[in-house]
Design a binder for this molecule. Structure first.
Ligand code: NAP
Length: 308
């Protein structure tokens, strides 16, 4: 039996060390060092090899090294192979930090003061209380819930939107197509934390922006393909949206000369909102290996029909 890791090799070295400490009985290999492909039972990868079905005939579980699985080509992954995404505290903490930073920057006009400083201009604007700034999160999964919990502690009125109806203390929960309009109408700062699926691709588009209060702001930390870029540029130009914070783009990296690079109302970061932390990721994967061996449900098991 072998556990094979195929992702960033620097972080892989930390995985190897921790596997050796915590699960010494399971041989751990880092791609492309695979002396016996038939022994590979577990594969952790960001991009699995296209021939994984024939290359690793005894594979039992495919782990994504990231929170999403939209980078996988499911047409080459056997239908019966369990696919597990990464659910670990390092990713959650990173996302909570980033979303909090972005919301507070928008709420406290950080970009305006940065601009004024560059112009040598001392000018105070009204400080609005957190209670008057309504935050809404698209996606009430592991990350959306954690982000809302932290933002709620500042006093922002919080709401969320999901596919199925959720109940979260202190959060106004909306669900499905029928719940989207009311959710958007009460949202001043919109955060996208949806998985990328056929039903969420392009969801951040003109019809959605038009349902937000005029001057609302957008934070996209989901995936670049959630956003229709031209619709965002138009909404910013027309004032329907005031600002956007984009951590994800399509494609990545964003091509040179793209309007987002220099747009005064866009803050761009290179997909760093949160990252899998090897120390906590290994604990999560080992916990799932034990669950798998005991016939228990693994945390983060992907429902392939739903696409996340
Ligand atoms: P998750 O636990 O699977 O939660 C997904 C949420 O989205 C659920 O609440 C789900 O609704 C909702 N959803 C899915 N499809 C929907 C639809 N068609 N309509 C309405 N709601 C829908 O995912 P997560 O761990 O929170 O992660 C979310 C995403 O964040 C990842 O997929 C990834 O794309 C992104 N991410 C980005 C970074 C970064 O650095 N930028 C890092 C990590 C993750 P239900 O509750 O009804 O199932």
């Amino acid at each position: 039996m072998t556990f094979l890791y195929k992702s960033d090799p620097v972080r892989g070295a930390v995985w190897a060390e921790r596997f050796a400490q915590q699960l010494p009985e399971l041989p751990f290999r880092i791609w492309p060092d695979v002396p016996d492909p038939r022994a590979v039972r577990y594969l952790a990868a960001w991009e699995p090899p296209a021939d994984l079905a024939t290359r690793f005939p005894n594979l039992e579980v495919l782990f994504s090294t990231g929170a999403g699985i939209d980078q996988f080509d499911f047409s080459v992954i056997p239908e019966t192979l369990p696919v597990v995404r990464m659910v670990e505290s390092g990713i959650v903490n990173g996302m909570v930090e980033y979303a909090t930073l972005a919301v507070l920057s928008l709420h406290r006009d950080w970009s305006t003061y940065r601009q004024q400083q560059q112009e040598g201009r001392w000018e105070a604007h009204r400080v609005h209380p957190a209670g008057s700034r309504r935050v809404g999160v698209l996606g009430l999964g592991v990350l959306g819930r954690a982000v809302l919990e932290r933002l709620g502690s500042f006093g922002f009125p919080c709401a969320g939107w999901s596919r199925s109806q959720q109940q979260i203390a202190g959060v106004e929960c909306h669900a499905g197509a029928e719940g989207l309009t009311a959710f958007l109408a009460r949202t001043d700062i919109l955060i996208c934390l949806l998985p990328l699926t056929d039903s969420t691709r392009g969801i951040l588009c003109k019809p959605l922006f038009d349902q937000l209060p005029s001057g609302a702001a957008l934070i996209n930390v989901g995936r670049g393909a959630h956003l229709v870029q031209d619709d965002l540029l138009r909404a910013l130009d027309e004032g329907q949206l005031s600002r956007a914070v984009l951590d994800v783009c399509e494609p990545e990296p964003l091509p040179p000369g793209h309007a987002f690079w220099t747009h005064p109302q866009v803050v761009l970061t290179p997909h760093i909102a949160s990252m899998t932390q090897p120390e906590t990721a290994v604990d999560a994967v080992i916990d799932n290996l034990r669950r798998h061996q005991q016939g228990l449900p693994m945390i983060g098991l992907v429902d392939r029909a739903r696409g996340y």
